[in-house]
Design a protein around this ligand. Structure first.
Ligand code: AMP
Length: 403
């Protein structure tokens, strides 16, 4: 299949070709024509599958024709859970609309001053990309005009619900015209996402993508069982010196630990920086630019930051601590092996993390091979058998991993 078969606006085809994309990804092949036909779509597609293009391309195709309604408010609203994802979607919107000069995009996210965003909102715009909290804030000040709105995208809806945005999302959607088209993208279409979609969508059509990338088959995954945090630090130091370990993102469970780890790595001579939710947006953007430019090659991050990091050529993702939920694992490791390249995801797990390993394996349908490094094996090897651990009721309390 080629992009030509969708009958897209020539300037959008030109932008796709100038981005170097020759054929649609799996989610794009399935979603673009359905969205162009006007269906509400509920798509299960993980990051790295090209899902942003899957909604932006048909949405822009619609925006290429002038609105039938007067006004200056957005015709397309894209709700995202985090600032990083907002920036990433905004970059992609600019990319696909670069030859459609009339299309204007505004991004409103928390953690940055209001003034510039207010100025942009006061001018005519077509696309509004927003995190729910800041958008509700602006709606409360009557700064948002949804009278022209034609389409809403709820991107990474599962994450928005996990972050407690269910009420703001419902409030926002309820303020938009009833005849809108609603698209929902989520890693999972079960549970709370399903009930939300049933409340907000009109006979949605489901699209599920089982591509190699969604299953992360291009990412080699390994687990290193570890005794304690000192052991994890020794494993990390060893791995960072291995051949081929170049651009690396390390995930920790807490912001404090991310700060401490980056200081430690810096002291050991690594070019490392930290990215987490306590940082100002300008600092977060600067850090990501440093990683993209190669000024640093190690980023220590927390989950909040994981979804919006679209940096090419990340060779390794290292989970210094395993995430508590399997979806976060999928999002973290999806920072490597992007757009079809190969990647490596290494996770450190303490003995009590065995149930998390099982949860992740059940979610991804893939077994993660336990590995060891010579001289750095865990001291109680026999106990680190994930499948046996949960039935061992007599285990001693184990509390030397820091969370
Ligand atoms: P996403 O899943 O939207 O985060 O996209 C993952 C990566 O795939 C991004 O870096 C996109 O620029 C890239 N991408 C999107 N569509 C295509 C395509 N049709 N061919 C190749 N790469 C693509």
């Amino acid at each position: 299949m080629t992009f030509d078969s969708f009958n897209l606006h020539p300037q959008i085809l030109k932008a796709i070709s100038s981005a170097g994309y020759t054929e649609p990804t799996g989610i794009q092949s399935k979603a673009i024509s359905k969205i162009m036909q006007g269906f509400d779509i509920r798509a299960s597609a993980q990051t790295g599958t090209g899902k942003t293009g899957a909604f932006l391309i048909p949405a822009l195709n619609r925006l290429a024709a002038p609105s039938s309604k007067p006004g200056k408010g957005p015709r397309l609203l894209i709700l995202v859970p985090t600032r990083e994802l907002a920036m990433q979607v905004s970059v992609q919107a600019e990319k696909y609309s670069k030859f459609l000069s009339s299309i204007k995009t505004v991004c409103v996210v928390g953690g940055v001053p209001y003034t510039a965003q207010l100025r942009k909102l006061s001018k005519p715009h077509d696309i509004l990309i927003a995190t729910p909290g800041r958008l509700i804030d602006f709606m409360g000040r009557s700064k948002i005009d949804f009278s022209r709105l034609e389409m809403i995208v709820l991107d990474e809806a599962d994450r928005m619900l996990d972050m407690g945005f269910v009420d703001p999302v419902e409030q926002i959607v309820a303020s938009t015209p009833k005849d809108r088209q609603t698209l929902l993208f989520s890693a999972t279409l079960q549970g709370s996402v399903k009930s939300l979609s049933e409340r907000l969508m009109n006979k949605p059509m489901d699209i599920v993508v089982h591509s190699d990338q969604a299953k992360h088959e291009n990412i080699s995954q390994k687990i290193y069982f570890s005794d304690d945090i000192r052991h994890k630090n020794r494993l990390l130091e060893h791995i960072l010196k291995m051949d081929g370990v170049d651009r690396t993102i390390i995930f920790t469970a807490t912001k404090r630990h991310a700060d401490e780890l980056v200081d430690d790595l810096y002291d050991k001579g690594h070019r490392a920086a930290v990215l987490h939710g306590d940082m100002k947006q300008s600092q977060r953007t600067r850090t990501l630019t440093q990683l993209k430019r190669g000024d640093i090659n190690i980023l220590v991050a927390t989950d909040v930051a994981s979804r919006g990091i679209d940096v090419q050529a990340v060779t390794h993702v290292i989970n210094f601590d395993l995430p508590r939920c399997a979806e976060d694992y999928v999002h973290r490791i999806g920072r490597t092996g992007r757009a079809g390249s190969k990647g490596t995801a290494l996770s450190f797990a303490s003995r009590r993390d065995s149930f998390l390993v099982k949860k992740i394996e059940a979610f991804t349908g893939q077994q993660i091979d336990p590995s060891t490094i010579e001289g750095l094996e865990p001291s109680a090897k026999k106990r680190f058998v994930p499948n046996k651990f949960p039935t061992n009721k007599k285990r001693r309390p184990f509390n030397n991993s820091r969370r």
